[in-house]
Design a protein around this ligand. Structure first.
Ligand code: BGC
Length: 805
């Protein structure tokens, strides 16, 4: 049994509604703050709101485990402990609580404490670049990073982004985001890494390893923990998910993040099984800090902090941005946390652990050494020369951005070798708003919440300020001059006459369509963050059909946040379809590299594209327009059957399966062999002890013996075509039937480059964890007895080679 004790939350709320004008009104003013009248006021608990009884239950798990300071965290934690040993309670509390919304240069700010020689912390969005600053780069979104299936590129992206954060004086970058595509309409899907938990985990791991590169990186934040899979009602709803599904699907990328030593985890707005993400003791104290042995700190999402004592005891370590409601000058923590220690509601050791964990992140990234001052201000980009030093941190990152943009392009259809385009092309038309510059400029819409022009990122806090934007229309003109090709275009999706004229005659007609989404803090054309449907925006389907009815070589290019419906798919004049996703600032260049064959496409779909929206496991967002009942219940009834697993289990044929993507060359696989690895005695002993143990040991889910390579699945890949290219073989595992797993699950992939005629041997590792299910009774990973089928495939619906284990 887990060490759990029941706790009465009702007595735990400490709310202070007085407001002060000073910047750090919510913090402890000084070590002598006990005389503050605010502290006396704070002892009056607020009225405890009455919520409807949740339909699901999250068991209590107390006390919060202290960090151990082991492994990669050893030196950093020891330094942190030593440092805080001389700090007063107030000084320790001050590092746990942000200074309040917009009370500093960054999106989140921990105050400096000059008397301690501590300069404070700057926390800044986003998962694809530095938000709200200038002279920064906008990288391909998470979904594009995932579509490359390239661990090296994903790591390089993490490092390049971190260099930009560091150059701006930022300590903590608020990414990566790793909530999977549970619901096809969910607004922030594009920030994460696609629809499969294994792919999410690998991409999260590499991103964090890159971002936290010793000497070069910043602290990364794995977000949003957990089951935060839609925008509508995100701050009221309860995601009700069973223990096995939570572990096998939603926890997977967080587990990999902890293996990458992520400095921080951001808890989410929603409730999970009826308990708020930032005070869910089962998930923070239990799963995160015990099972996964997390040694960094848990920060709240912005205003996701729900109670003072409750959050502290449940395992929250940092309150962001510090105030209860933006600009209210009230806080659940700050002086209220000090008071809750004084009145015995929170043990001081809990505050010690919060401060230790936070400082350990700071030391892990060596942020006490030569860290530049924050040299920008989020709230006033151009006008405040005092704070905005306009430091250029872009280096030559545009090259990586262009390469990743090309590497993430997924070629979905290519009949009659329509692609690559020949340099001798006489004339080409570009049709559709998506080919063109946005009429308000690259950053004309606040947080990119608009619908116009080439779509290169979604909207919301997951964005960054574009330094420039190269749309396809601009990129093609450079080539047109060189190749003497005539370029025709129209950017108006409603001007039927011009579309018809542009489509008639040219040797190729490129049609651009898009579908956007974002965070719920902006509504675009009736889309409240989540997409209201998954069709192309801006009359897109009409434009495609109009062009296809006039041009025998119609090539459709999609910039979208995720799957879109393709009602025109069977039109015989549509020779090629390309998904370019959200490629960032070098959009047009990256796309044209692929269209002209300078870059052989090798992107793979990180999600399934269905024929009909109803085919998806969660086809429609469950939302309420009125908050009655106050807490909408979102039941994860599809359980383990996310993305392709649902299609397999229900025999639904998709339009394009997960992992699908064509190339300008061809690859063949042969000679599959499964080789057993040698295992150290120590690990065999640990495995045996784990099976017999009757408590959850700290870190048991990330134990080495569970994750080390036990089998290598080896096979040959040959490039049988005529040009160099990359291939991405996928490894799926089918569990013994009694295990109750989906028909097959992804457990490996590798992106390899091969010259024509060349062969290479690929080796994909399997661990006990890869072949385990989460056993809800024994509360541990268990490898079921029986025969496992190992399949090497080009996509989720394919089988090239298979063997058993
Ligand atoms: C988002 C986070 C983001 C934070 C700060 C929240 O609304 O959910 O992802 O990091 O705002 O901007």
């Amino acid at each position: 049994m887990k060490p759990a004790l029941f706790f009465l939350l009702g007595a735990a709320l400490l709310v202070n509604s007085q407001s002060l004008n000073s910047t750090s009104a919510i913090l402890n003013a000084s070590a002598t703050a006990t005389s503050s009248p605010l502290l006396a006021a704070s002892t009056t608990p607020a009225a405890n709101p009455v919520y409807p009884v949740p339909t699901a239950f999250s068991p209590p798990f107390y006390p919060a485990p202290d960090t151990r300071g082991e492994g990669a965290w050893k030196a950093a934690t020891a330094k942190a402990r030593a440092r805080i040993s001389t700090w007063t309670l107030e000084q320790k509390v001050n590092i746990t609580t942000g200074v309040g919304w917009q009370n500093g240069s960054c999106i989140g700010n921990i105050a400096s404490q000059p008397e301690l020689g501590f300069d404070g912390l700057c926390l800044q969005d986003s998962p694809l670049g530095v938000r709200r600053s200038d002279f920064v780069s906008v990288f391909p979104a998470g979904v594009n990073a995932a579509a490359t299936f390239d661990r090296g590129l994903i790591r390089a992206r993490g490092l390049a982004m971190a260099e930009e954060f560091k150059g701006k004086g930022i300590h903590v970058a608020l990414g990566p985001m790793m909530n999977p595509y549970r619901a096809v309409q969910a607004g922030r899907n594009w920030e994460g890494f696609g629809g499969d938990p294994y792919l999410q985990g690998e991409a999260a791991y590499e991103t964090i390893k890159g971002m936290q590169t010793p000497g070069k990186g910043v602290q990364a934040v794995a977000k949003h923990y957990i089951a935060n899979e839609q925008e509508r009602n995100r701050t009221e709803s309860s995601s009700n998910v069973n223990d096995r599904t939570l572990h096998e699907v939603y926890l997977a990328p967080f587990l990999r993040s902890i293996q990458a030593d992520v400095a921080s985890v951001m808890c989410s707005y929603n409730q999970i099984n009826g308990s708020w993400g930032c005070q869910n003791s089962a998930l923070l104290n239990g799963v995160l800090k015990t099972e996964l042995g997390f040694q960094g700190y848990v920060m709240s999402d912005w205003q996701a902090h729900e109670s003072g004592v409750g959050g502290a005891l449940a395992g929250l370590d940092m309150s962001m941005p510090g105030d209860i409601i933006f600009k209210s000058n009230t806080s659940y923590w700050g002086y209220n946390l000090t008071e809750s220690v004084r009145n015995g509601s929170v043990p001081e050791s809990r505050v010690d652990d919060m401060a230790t964990r936070i400082l350990a992140g700071y030391y892990l990234l060596e942020q006490e050494q030569d860290w530049s001052e924050v040299n920008f201000k989020s709230w006033d980009l151009q006008l405040d020369p005092l704070f905005n030093k306009h430091v250029n941190v872009q280096a030559d990152h545009y090259k990586l951005i262009r390469e990743m943009g090309a590497a993430s392009v997924v070629l979905l259809k290519n009949d009659n070798n329509a692609l690559p385009l020949k340099p001798s092309l006489r004339d080409v038309s570009l049709i559709g708003n998506g080919a063109c510059p946005p009429w308000k400029g690259p950053n004309g819409w606040n947080n990119r919440a608009g619908a116009d022009g080439n779509l290169v990122i979604g909207w919301g806090s997951g964005t960054a300020q574009l330094p420039y934007l190269i749309p396809p229309l601009e990129a093609i003109q450079q080539r047109a001059r060189k190749n003497a090709t005539t370029v025709i275009w129209t950017c108006d999706n409603w001007d039927n006459t011009t579309i018809a004229t542009a489509a008639t005659g040219p040797e190729a007609a490129l049609v651009f369509i898009s579908s956007n989404s974002g965070e719920d803090n902006a509504v675009v054309d009736g889309n409240y963050g989540d997409r209201k449907n998954i069709s192309a925006w801006l009359n897109g389907d009409y434009v495609v059909e109009s062009v296809a009815s006039r041009n025998k070589n119609t090539i459709v290019i999609i910039n979208s946040v995720g799957p879109i419906l393709m009602p025109w798919i069977d039109h015989p004049n549509i020779t090629a379809i390309v998904w370019a996703g959200l490629p960032g600032q070098e959009s047009g260049n990256a796309l044209l590299d692929v269209l002209y064959g300078d870059y052989n496409p090798s992107g793979r779909l990180p999600y399934t594209i269905a024929k009909n929206q109803e085919d998806y496991p969660v086809p429609y967002i469950n939302f309420q327009t009125t908050l009655e009942p106050a807490h909408p219940q979102i039941n994860y009834t599809e359980e383990l059957l996310v993305d392709y697993r649902w299609f397999h289990a229900n025999n639904i044929t998709p339009l394009f399966p997960f992992g699908f993507g064509l190339s300008y060359t061809a690859f063949e696989y042969s000679d599959l062999e499964i080789v057993e690895a040698t295992v150290s005695k120590r690990h065999l002993v640990e495995e045996g002890l784990h099976k017999r143990a009757n408590t959850t040991e700290v870190g048991s889910s990330v134990a080495e013996w569970l994750h080390e390579t036990r089998w290598s699945v080896e096979f040959d890949v040959t490039n049988t075509g005529s040009v160099n290219g990359c291939d991405v073989p996928l490894m799926f595992v089918t569990f013994p039937e009694a295990a109750g797993e989906p028909p097959r699950v992804l457990r490996g992939f590798e992106r390899i480059n091969l010259d024509p005629g060349a062969t290479t041997r690929v080796s994909l590792p399997l661990s006990i964890y890869s072949l385990s299910i989460w056993d809800v009774v024994s509360q541990r990973w268990v490898k079921p007895e029986g025969e496992f089928k190992i399949v090497i495939a080009k996509h989720a619906d394919d089988t090239q080679l298979e063997s058993t284990l």
